[in-house]
Design a protein around this ligand. Structure first.
Ligand code: ADP
Ligand code: TPW
Ligand code: MG
Length: 581
């Protein structure tokens, strides 16, 4: 009980009655006891005082303009820290606004807890029309990993503990915690309250793989002629950076990083086959997946991106047993946590490990060098207006010079081209649209990245993507966060050149041409820049990052330069009706 006894309330009411505590304080105490220091949210009935009191009790409470962005902040805080990020919302509409982020966190395997106030159970359940009435628990359930409701203040400690354990253990994900308004004012004897709190011991226990699973995997790897490692964001999340690097370097097996695994090893590493991705996937005979699912982002492990059916054998490391065989046969499933599994593979390789055949490495190297050479002149283009490549070439140099900055990235062309062009050098520095390719994560991720790490943040945003969370520039200015937003302004979604065939309205994909997003930032006291060349862009980003202050750079991009849906245009359904000539 020593840790609990340290909790001191600064709330005057509680000081006046030192023997009592209440629901508000127990929620705060339970979070603090579990090392949770930050809440992201939007205030209102019934949780306004919860935010105030949490701040008074020394927690960081970051108030947003919209719950979706607070939720995204919580989710990425979870990814960065392995502690569940907390999002706090008001009942019904606030709760619903937070749900997209909760579902997205679950889809991406990020630990977060959406804590929402809710209305009176008795009235909600009889559907008598309470203030912001909604059966929130029932609605949250299918969208998250677990959902709990606490009705008695004495159960807050257990409720928070269950939420933390559910979010972090096994495959991480989003958890919903429903706290009805009445709970907060329930009073409890302080001593009993303290005793009711639970410090979660080992919230994400190691899950060691079975020795026979390791042997099986090593046997498959050993027999490979063209082996490949695919690192996914699970590998980045696991924070087993040294072991993963040792596995790649000891085995001598080339690797391809998924988007958010970039930088786990530097993209310039000699074994990185990132710039030869298509060849690496197509020609490999054995693929070791580490924290990466065979979902659409890897073409489900079959089809055109891969070799002949059956020619690629998959080994998969994942903490979730049901992930195995989800799309194709996994010949060597390795179920366990990545740190333990990677270490076990390394131990099993021992001294006699044979490096992969030299011709495989040479093939990939040749392809990589050819692709890099092909790209190089495009990055130097001085065309006006700027191409995506030229603007990204400038940002690529900046990230090379500032490898500890965090890159947040969303859009279509702005996303896909930045992923390919901007090399990353350190783990967990690239945060993006993840498994769903969701727009709107930008400002929420940026706020949490700055708050959780204290590092400068560079957001590379399509003009459409930025619009989803753009109002949070006020939040960034209010908290004075070191966030540099670059809006790739091509006047629209994918391109700014479409027209309405009837001539009546703007086309569905275009925005007000030549908008000045920089002025949005100026409205709240940050710095705005309007740039039209790579040199101007470089100067503006460097000045911002040196200042540690918020800025928004409106970067004018050729409206005709982009392609439909960036790299994934082929996913657009085509009309079944042939156009008349
Ligand atoms: P990407 O999109 O980068 O390919 P995914 O999100 O598809 O990555 O896959 C991440 C995988 O990592 C999930 O299947 C998840 O279960 C797994 N995972 C997350 N954390 C761990 C961990 N600590 N140990 C093992 N597997 C993990
Ligand atoms: C929540 C659909 C995918 S990409 C995109 C949209 C609307 C914007 C692309 O334009 P942008 O980038 O950002 O200007 P660029 O460089 O190509 O011009 N709603 C949600 N998520 C998604 N993915 C969409 C819509 C979409
Ligand atoms: Mg655009």
């Amino acid at each position: 009980m020593t840790a609990v006894a340290k909790i001191v309330h600064t709330n005057p009411e509680v000081e006046a009655e030192p023997d009592l505590t209440d629901g508000f304080h127990l929620v705060i105490d339970a979070l603090k006891l579990n090392g949770i220091e930050t809440i992201y949210g939007v205030p209102g009935i019934p949780i306004t005082d919860l935010g105030r009191m949490a701040q008074a009790e020394g927690m960081r409470v970051i108030s947003f303009r919209h719950e979706q962005h607070a939720g995204n902040a919580a989710a990425i805080a979870g990814f960065l820290t392995r502690k569940p990020g907390i999002c706090l919302t008001v009942s019904a509409p606030g709760f619903l606004n937070g749900l997209t982020a909760l579902a997205n966190a679950t889809t991406n395997c990020f630990p977060m807890i959406l804590i929402s106030g809710s209305s009176e159970r008795e009235i909600v359940d009889l559907q008598q029309g309470d203030y912001e009435e909604m059966d929130q628990l029932a609605i949250a359930k299918p969208l998250c990993k677990a959902a709990f409701r606490v009705l008695h203040a004495a159960d807050i400690g257990i409720g928070v503990a269950r939420a933390i354990r559910a979010a972090c253990s096994g495959r991480p994900g989003g958890v919903y915690l429903d706290l009805p308004a009445k709970l907060f004012s329930q009073v409890l004897d302080a001593e009993a309250g303290l005793k009711s709190l639970v410090k979660v011991i080992d919230p994400a226990p190691a899950q060691r793989p079975a020795p026979e699973a390791i042997e099986r995997a090593l046997a498959v790897l050993k027999a490979a002629r063209r082996p490949l490692i695919v690192l996914g964001k699970g590998a980045a999340y696991a924070q087993a950076d040294d072991a993963i690097r040792a596995l790649v370097e000891t085995s001598g097996i080339p690797y391809v990083p998924m988007s958010m695994a970039k930088g786990l090893l530097p993209d310039t590493h000699p074994l990185s086959a990132g710039a030869a991705r298509s060849t690496a996937l197509k020609d490999s005979d054995v693929v070791l997946l580490i924290g990466a699912r065979l979902n659409w982002l890897l073409s489900h492990g079959k089809g055109k991106s891969w070799g002949e059916p059956g020619s690629t054998k998959f080994i998969q490391i994942d903490i979730e047993p049901r992930e195995m065989d989800s799309n194709v046969e996994i010949v060597a499933p390795v179920v366990g946590d990545i740190a333990s599994c990677v270490q076990a593979l390394l131990d099993g390789m021992g001294r006699g490990w044979q490096q992969p055949p030299a011709d495989w490495i040479a093939t990939l190297n040749a392809k990589r060098e050819a692709n890099i050479a092909k790209m190089a002149p495009k990055l130097m283009s001085n065309a006006s207006p700027m191409t995506f490549h030229a603007a990204l070439g400038a940002l690529r140099t900046i990230v090379k010079e500032r490898p500890d900055a965090i890159l947040v990235n969303e859009g279509a062309n702005t996303l896909d081209l930045a992923r390919g062009i901007i090399d990353m050098y350190q783990p967990r520095k690239r945060l993006d649209v993840g498994t769903w390719g969701i727009m709107g994560i930008g400002m929420g991720f940026a706020v949490a990245a700055a708050v959780e790490t204290g590092k400068p943040v560079l957001c590379v945003e399509g003009d459409s993507a930025f619009g989803f969370s753009g109002m949070e520039v006020e939040t960034i200015c209010r908290y004075g966060l070191p966030v540099c937003i670059v809006v790739f302004n091509n006047n629209g979604i994918y391109r700014g050149t479409d027209t309405d065939p009837t001539g009546r309205d703007p086309a569905t994909t275009v925005f007000v041409p030549d908008s000045r997003y920089d002025r949005m930032m100026e409205a709240f006291g940050g710095t705005g820049y309007h740039v039209t060349t790579p040199d101007e862009l470089t100067r503006a980003v460097n000045a911002t990052m040196d200042s540690g202050r918020p800025a928004l750079i409106n970067a004018v991009i050729d409206p005709a330069a982009g392609s439909e849906s960036g790299n994934i245009g082929s996913l657009n359904p085509q009309s079944g009706i042939k156009k008349k000539k």
